[in-house]
Design a protein around this ligand. Sequence first.
Ligand SMILES: Cc1cc2nc3c(=O)[nH]c(=O)nc-3n(C[C@H](O)[C@H](O)[C@H](O)COP(=O)(O)OP(=O)(O)OC[C@H]3O[C@@H](n4cnc5c(N)ncnc54)[C@H](O)[C@@H]3O)c2cc1C
Length: 541
Amino acid sequence: MPFSARTRARYIQQLQSEQYDLLVIGGGITGAGIALDAITRGLKVCLIEKSDFASGTSSRSTKLIHGGLRYLKQREFGIVREVGQERAILYKNAPHIVIPERMLLPIVEGGSLGKYSTSLGLYVYDRLAGVEKDERRNMLSKEETIETEPLLNTEILKGGGMYVEYRSDDARLTIEVLKTAVEKGALCVNYVSFESFTHNAGEKVAGAECMDVLSGDKMFIKAKKIINACGPWVDNLRKKDNSLKKKRLHLTKGIHIVIKKERLPIKQAVYFDVQDGRMIFAIPRGKKVYIGTTDTNYKESTDFPFATKEDVEYTLKAANHMFPSVKLTADDVESTWAGLRPLIHEDGKNPSDLSRKDEIFISDSNLISIAGGKLTGFRKMAERSVNVVCKQLKLEEGREFPKCTTEFIKLSGGHLDKYPADFARDLQEDFKQYYLDDVLDLVLKYGSNTQYILAAAQTNFKNNLLLAEAEYCLENEMTNNTADFIIRRSGRLYFERPELNGCLDNLDAYFNQQLNYTPDTAKKNLHDFEAEYKAVVAFKE
Ligand SMILES: Cc1cc2nc3c(=O)[nH]c(=O)nc-3n(C[C@H](O)[C@H](O)[C@H](O)COP(=O)(O)OP(=O)(O)OC[C@H]3O[C@@H](n4cnc5c(N)ncnc54)[C@H](O)[C@@H]3O)c2cc1C
């Protein structure tokens, strides 16, 4: 089944015309992982997402596939072990978007870790997370650390530890998981919002009243089981299910800032102490570096978190303390993003001390809600949730379901037989008219699917790579408008905001024409995009 915005109307019909074994509500990484797991176990699955896929927290994280080093401090050894194993699995299945990144951990006076505790911590971490031998920790003297990263604050520096994290792109990971689920038969549709539950005679949830956000039409979806994978919105659905009891979500906000790499020319990623006892990352990505994150209690609108002036000042201050010669100011910040952690509340705990564990709640009406967790652990979260569904269906209908096999499934785009850089070099041999950098840039987003973009650019788009990329996303990733493309599919709003000016009108015209939008819809799309375009620099107002 194609995953095209052009055929979305047909899928809206299909959502209403059949009964599903499982309806997944929420198209972030958690919902995507559940759809993939469930379809591969033989369930009839559909997934709805009220906005664009990954538009919630799953496009607003630090974009790391963690080995979970920070959980050592909280003594969450189980999480360290699980996410370490998951990282290795993801690297195997999605090598185009899970990239090893050398990470320097400076040891500083007054910092949270001393030389010996860092060495021991990294040692334990290597063992627990099953880190490959050549990626294990390497402790550095003060001189070696300065040589490795001359921009560090030498006045407070005592030494360093080098280890390896894996950089990813959260929204692209989500979309690759969804594409794989769709290839296997799941029906996943964006811009369909859940409104209320319907129930069977036994007062168990049996479906949902929903709305096609693009047309405003109401619809009913029938499903034997429903999983609420709404991330920070999980409690909204639990409220509608009358099952919001003692255990609730605790939302905390984290922001990142993006600056030109020439303003902070670090040689590798750095995970460094902030004076308040927290730690934040500075991570190079192409010609930019992003820095974050914060962790503050959040009680405002779940739909529109953004980085405030205080958030940005805090992050700049932390960066300037660790890299004193660069003297970053708010003028250097090209873009920001803010995300909400859907954590589970624990009385009396600070945001940074709350557990990142996931938890499944099953209500009296049998709504299955999953909350907490990490991007990195999405596959195991999916396995646990789908196990619940299979167990219930087995009891009720006597059906047998296989065990989870997603560990062995390559994600869409993940069919690389070599490192992404080598894959790009080989591909460029066949498409010599394009620069290697441009091909590599595409490979790091679309992996083995890049060949379709290059071929389309050559034959249908007079070598215009950007339009060919947009066409690929429209046809294969249910991309409905410029915002979906620029923000979630390609990350350009965050990482290339100043460079976007010249191409937005073209893209807008392209989507409006291809999807036959009326002038009113085109205007609304433009308005929505402009709101997001401004929100990433809202701290300047
Ligand atoms: C600042 C920050 C940094 C982080 N860094 C990392 C990291 O580096 N590594 C890592 O592993 N994890 C990280 N995390 C955690 C990780 O990002 C989250 O755990 C994960 O993205 C949550 O995904 P989710 O699918 O549960 O939620 P979401 O991505 O928010 O998805 C929920 C979806 O449900 C949809 N929805 C809501 N209501 C409805 C409705 N009524 N109808 C239909 N759909 C609905 C929303 O639109 C949304 O798209 C970070 C989190 C934050 C905030």
